[in-house]
Design a protein around this ligand. Structure first.
Ligand code: TYM
Length: 334
């Protein structure tokens, strides 16, 4: 769980450009990246090669990659402090993934719960690609290429980071100490933001519009979605007695308002959920609107954005190619 804020470390993280980013992605990952870029060497990647492991629309992908990168910047990732780039622009990712797959036990990959969940959602067995299965090895390569110490992610990615550690350990044991051992950094209260309609499921873009708040949702849509979010049967707001649905809304309230428990409790003690939800919607709208404005500007003209990604690509390539070179050398490749 959450450690003290790391400093003087190398941070790497990324997200898939697969459609609407939501407040789970923001609170679980991007918001942490923004804090971590201050006192660390940070790299943030748009992992487009992960997004093509399930059926997707090629015509939309380029825009989605730019959308994701624009959202990083709009949310506060600073290209003067961090390296921002697109995974497929650095060929070393797929090359290292192949090399690492030679030390990865097949059985360990079969245990990945995300593969099981994602393949269940696909319409036919034929749609389950080999790439979806070997995805965690590519993710390990993403992380290990940059001598990463810390990987800020939501809870759903912890199993993948454990596998990356396992792969690094096996590689180093077999060929010598080339790869740095990474650690997950999980935010304390927002590691797992749950669906608005089912508090037993994590918030996810694949479960339908009503279940999540997209970072680009308008104020009106946010009010509607929060108004119809499930709560508990007890009609009166109670901080201590609340069940998982309200706990989830509280976590969102707390993260966006940056208020303390006791202040939120005091403000809503004895009130109904309607008051709480109305206030929650406004808290989310207030936090997202500057991000949305910046995002809109960045997407109106993508010249600067493409320039930033080009610069990120060159900086990332330098680090990645050096690691790849060392890996190939110790593996005996010519
Ligand atoms: P992805 O694209 O599914 O999600 C991006 C980030 O958002 C977090 N997240 C959440 N956090 C809290 N509550 C939620 N409901 C929620 N939903 C998503 C995820 O944990 C993640 O941090 N495999 C990764 C992408 C990846 C990666 C990497 C991450 C590829 N290579 C290397 C770190 C390092 C993924 O699919 O994330």
């Amino acid at each position: 769980m959450a450690q003290n804020l790391p400093s003087n470390k190398t941070i790497f993280s990324g997200l898939q450009p697969s459609g609407n980013l939501h407040i789970g992605n923001y609170l679980g990952a991007i918001k942490q990246w923004v804090r971590l870029q201050e006192n660390n060497t940070a790299l943030f990647c748009v992992v487009d090669q992960h997004a093509i492991t399930v059926p997707y629309e090629p015509k939309e992908l380029q825009n989605r990659i730019l959308d994701a990168a624009a959202m990083y910047l709009a949310a506060g990732v600073n290209p003067e402090k961090s390296i921002i780039f697109v995974q497929s622009h650095v060929a070393a990712h797929t090359e290292l993934a192949w090399l690492l797959s030679t030390v990865t036990p097949y059985g360990n990959v079969t245990r990945m719960t995300q593969f099981k969940d994602k393949s269940k959602k696909l319409s036919s067995k034929d749609a389950i690609s080999l790439a979806l299965f070997s995805y965690p090895v590519l993710m390990a390569a993403d992380i290990l290429l940059y001598n990463t110490n810390v990987v800020p992610v939501g809870e759903d990615q912890v199993q993948h980071i454990e596998l990356a550690r396992d792969i690094a350990e096996r590689f180093n044991k077999q060929y010598g100490p080339v790869l740095t051992m990474p650690e997950a950094y999980i935010p304390q209260e927002t590691a797992r933001i749950m669906s608005l309609t089912d508090p037993k499921k994590k918030m996810s873009k694949s479960d339908g519009e009503k279940t999540y708040i997209a970072l680009t949702d308008t104020a009106e849509v946010i009010r509607k979605k929060i108004a119809s979010a499930v709560t508990d049967t007890d009609p009166i707001f109670s901080f201590k007695k609340s069940g998982p649905a309200v706990q989830n809304l509280l976590a969102i309230y707390k993260a966006f308002s940056e208020k303390e428990d006791q202040d939120i409790e005091k403000a809503f003690e004895g009130k109904g959920y309607k008051d709480f939800k109305e206030s929650l919607a406004e808290v989310i709208i207030t936090a997202l609107s500057p991000i949305q404005e910046k995002y809109k500007t960045l997407r109106e003209d993508d010249t600067d954005l493409r320039f930033t990604l080009g610069r990120g690509m060159h900086r990332a390539q330098q680090i990645a190619n050096s690691t790849l070179h060392q890996v190939k050398e110790v593996m005996g490749l010519l």
